[in-house]
Design a protein around this ligand. Structure first.
Ligand code: URA
Length: 232
């Protein structure tokens, strides 16, 4: 790989910015200053530094975000602010959200540039349970809980797959679903004559939202969390 690409990817700089820092002699490859941005580097074995600090190449980056309300899961939107605005200064080109949460939904969202992971976690055949804390308009009856648990007709070809319902109090349930249909939770509650007043994703499989993250904050996934996600 060319040195300028290596530095663009890792430092999040533009090609012209990289050209400047390289021509000023601020970059070394294997302990030797190089002033040519087209120097070939092996990202696995070569040691690159910028201003004396090691610059490690990571092909893929993985983040856990506590999504705030009001942001759309997209790279750009003509009307609304987007999740990717939060990541503008982060390394890792080509980041995208793993699946979609609605604009008003909060909580656990993964962001990565690993297209294979995005694909495997969002493909329709993948049935990983996701837990949502749902603020409901009315308390659920035993019949509602039974219907949600067994599967409800939300207007698609097939009813929803069996879900799990945990009643927290009159206003809150935790609904666990293993599919990711469009507005699924909201449509499931409508199917039992209820309404979602607020929705927060708590977990995906065994990976749980880090509650120390305030809405809008994110952190890198731990090695364990990543291994978990890759196993689904
Ligand atoms: N179900 C919904 O209705 N909305 C979401 O954002 C996620 C699941």
């Amino acid at each position: 790989m060319r040195l300028d690409k290596y530095l663009c990817d890792t430092l999040g700089l533009s090609r012209s910015e990289v050209k400047k820092i390289v021509s000023k002699g601020r970059v070394t490859v294997n302990n030797a200053i190089t002033k040519s941005p087209d120097t070939k580097v092996n990202e696995e074995t070569d040691e690159v530094t910028f201003d004396g600090k090691a610059v490690l190449y990571e092909r893929f980056v993985y983040y856990m975000l506590n999504k705030p309300a009001g942001l759309v899961c997209a790279n750009k939107d003509p009307r609304d602010p987007v999740v990717m605005d939060l990541f503008r200064d982060e390394p890792g080109k080509g980041l995208s959200c793993v699946g979609r949460l609605d604009k008003d939904t909060t909580g656990l969202l993964f962001v990565t540039n690993d297209g294979d992971l995005v694909h495997s976690l969002t493909s329709p055949g993948r049935h990983v349970f996701k837990d949502y804390l749902v603020t409901v308009a009315h308390p659920l009856s035993e019949g509602d809980i039974k219907a949600l648990t067994e599967g409800v007709d939300i207007g698609d070809d097939k009813p929803t797959l069996p879900a799990k319902v945990k009643v927290m109090d009159d206003d809150h349930i935790v609904l666990s679903i293993s599919e990711g249909r469009f507005h699924q939770v909201k449509r499931m509650l409508i199917a039992v004559n209820n309404e979602v007043l607020a929705l927060k994703r708590l977990s995906l499989g065994s990976v749980v939202l880090d509650e120390s993250l305030k809405p809008g904050e994110f952190r890198r996934l731990t090695a364990e969390e990543l291994t978990e996600l890759k196993s689904y």
